[in-house]
Structure formats: C-alpha cells, structure tokens
Design a protein around this ligand. Structure first.
Ligand SMILES: Nc1ncnc2c1ncn2[C@@H]1O[C@H](COP(=O)(O)OP(=O)(O)OP(=O)(O)O)[C@@H](O)[C@H]1O
Ligand SMILES: [Mg+2]
Length: 317
C-alpha cells in the first residue's frame, strides 16, 4: 500500500524509484555506495527494498553514537542470520569486535542506515580495515556530516582517501510524478479526489514521497478532509524539520544570522549581501554550509529553500 507509513520493503510498493534501485544493484557489484537525500525522500525504503532483493543485512543506526552501540546493533542483526559472534575471554576493543562481525559477514551486502552520529574517526579506521581485508559490500545513508563527509570528501590524511564510495542522490518527485503517486495511492482505496486537491497537496508539500504518503494516509485511513490532512502533515513535517534545522544551527557560531538569511530567500547573492551587511567570505561560507546540509539550493543565480514545509516554517520562526 503506497500510503503505508512504514518504510517500503518490496519493489511493487516502491513508487518511481526503478532507476535508483537498478543503479544500486549495478554499483554494489563493485563499490560501496552512499544514498543521500533530504528527509522523507525515501532513503530507508530504497535501502530495504534493495537489501531484501539481495539477501542483505539492514542495520538501523539512528541515534547510535558509540562504537559499542554500533557493534551491538550489528551483532543483533547478524544473529537474525544465525551468525553467532561470541566475545573472547579477554576484553578486546569494540572496533576489533566489529571487525570480527564483518569477517563473519563476508560475501554479503550490509546496509547501514543513518550513520551520521557514529564517531567519525573510529568508524573511518574500521571501514578502512574492512575495505582492505573483507569481501563485504556496504551501503550507507545519512546526512552529509560526520562519517558520510569523511567517506565522500576525505582529506588526504583520511584512512579512506582515494576510496570514495559511489553516491546516489534521492530527489523529491517532480510535480507530475507526485500527482501520479497520490492518484495511484488513492486508487488503492477506490478514491478519486478532485484533481485540484491532489495538485494543491503536491504544491504545498513538495514531491517528497514521505509527506505525500502521510497526506494520503490521513485522507484514506484516518478519513480526514483535504484541508485537515494538509494541516496535519504540515504540523508533523514542521516538527521533524524544525529538529533538523536546530541540529544544523546548534553547530554554528552565529545562528541568528542564519535565520535572518533563510528568511530572505529566495534571493540573489547581491540582495543577501546588502540586506545582511556581511562580507563576501562570511556569506559564502554560510551559503555553502546551508547548501551542504541540503537546506537551500542554488537555481541559476537565486538561492532558494526547495522544501515548501521548510519554507513555511522559516517564515514562522
Ligand atoms: N518510493 C516510494 N514509494 C512509496 N512510498 C514511499 C517511497 N519512498 C518513501 N515512501 C514512504 O514515505 C515514508 C518515508 O519513507 P522513508 O522512511 O523510506 O524515507 P527516509 O528518506 O528514510 O526518511 P528519513 O529522512 O526520515 O529517514 C514512508 O511512509 C514510506 O513508506
Ligand atoms: Mg530513513
């Protein structure tokens, strides 16, 4: 069911991602892969469908911040494949234990979902060892911070320098695909809401499969009307994206200035420079970090906030 709120697990339920799924199959024959994308673009769904097709192992690392936590999750999932790993009599390091687990998983594909909070340096060292020693294919998802940045943009000193994984970026659906997605989902419930409502939903939520599925679910499963469903998704989306924004701002020297900048968008460079009264280097660094965090995008010479939910919540800040 397209409007199911859990990540999809089967190809038939995964809408409009045939190309990305094939690419994942093709790339993982020889490479490690990072799946990138904003919230609710369907990263977990793509990963799970793929892993089910190749008999791979799915490991959810959301909220895991230590090597110990990583090893425990890995072992928990390995046990599901009847792979038993016991700790030796001497306490060895968590990194060594992780290596043991990987050695037992040779020949498999392992999906590590949401790796962004793991300790970067330990993980990169471990991954280098795994890369050099074991026949294990890895697929990662996470935001472009921590381990993911270490993998995709390694410094020459990084253990994985010269071994960058391939990258698949999940974009929101274009408007027409968003509309088709909703119509296909409604058909599963024998519903045919007016075209204008469907178009308005895509326009105000963007082509994010996650927000669209949530909207469809509110209408078909919860029985809400069009407006109520839109408001419900907005308030849920606002909470999720406010958290994302807070996490981003928490690491900045001058968070208020970022908020001021965001409120000015869409805008061109010169407009921002004038309105904020800051020097070019500072502005360029701010725009760069916002772009890397996938909060803004540059279209031609204009900087915009592509996600309509983020756009609206920024104005309410
Ligand atoms: N291609 C798709 N076809 C059908 N439903 C999808 C698709 N992609 C995502 N969904 C639905 O959208 C919701 C969010 O999907 P998922 O958890 O895979 O996204 P995500 O990018 O991992 O989100 P997050 O950023 O929160 O981790 C779920 O309800 C899922 O069923
Ligand atoms: Mg996810």
């Amino acid at each position: 069911m397209l409007f199911d709120l859990r990540p999809k697990e089967k190809r038939e339920e995964l809408y409009g991602r045939e190309k990305e799924l094939e690419e994942l199959h093709r790339l993982t024959k020889s490479e490690w892969v990072v799946v990138l994308g904003r919230r609710m673009t369907g990263k977990t769904s793509l990963l799970k469908v793929f892993l089910n097709e190749v008999g791979g192992l799915y490991v959810n690392l959301a909220g895991v911040r230590s090597m110990r936590g990583f090893v425990e999750e890995l072992m928990k999932h390995a046990r599901k494949l009847n792979i038993e790993i016991t700790m030796g009599p001497l306490t060895i390091s968590w990194t060594r234990l992780a290596e043991d687990v990987f050695s037992k998983l040779e020949g498999r594909i392992i999906g590590l979902d949401e790796v962004q909070e793991l300790p970067r340096n330990y993980m990169l060292k471990l991954l280098k060892k795994v890369w050099d020693t074991y026949d294990v294919k890895l697929v990662f998802t996470g935001s472009l911070v921590g381990v993911i940045t270490g993998l995709l943009e390694p410094t020459p000193q990084s253990p994985l320098y010269g071994r960058q994984p391939a990258k698949i970026e999940l974009k929101p659906f274009p408007s027409d695909v968003g509309v088709e997605f909703l119509e296909a989902g409604f058909r599963e419930f024998d519903m045919r809401p007016p075209r204008l409502e469907v178009e308005e939903a895509v326009e105000s939520l963007g082509g994010y499969p996650g927000w669209l599925a949530y909207y469809g679910n509110m209408r078909c499963v919860r029985g809400l009307g069009h407006r109520e469903a839109l408001e419900q998704v907005y308030s849920e989306g606002k909470q999720v994206l406010t958290q994302e924004l807070k996490k981003f701002l928490a690491g900045r020297k001058n968070p208020e200035r970022y908020v001021r900048l965001l409120k000015l968008l869409p805008a061109k460079w010169s407009e921002l420079e004038t309105a904020l009264g800051i020097n070019a280097k500072v502005l360029s660094d701010m725009l760069d970090s916002l772009e890397r965090a996938m909060i803004i995008e540059k279209k031609g010479s204009t900087y915009t906030i592509p996600d309509p939910i983020m756009r609206r919540l920024v104005l309410e800040l």
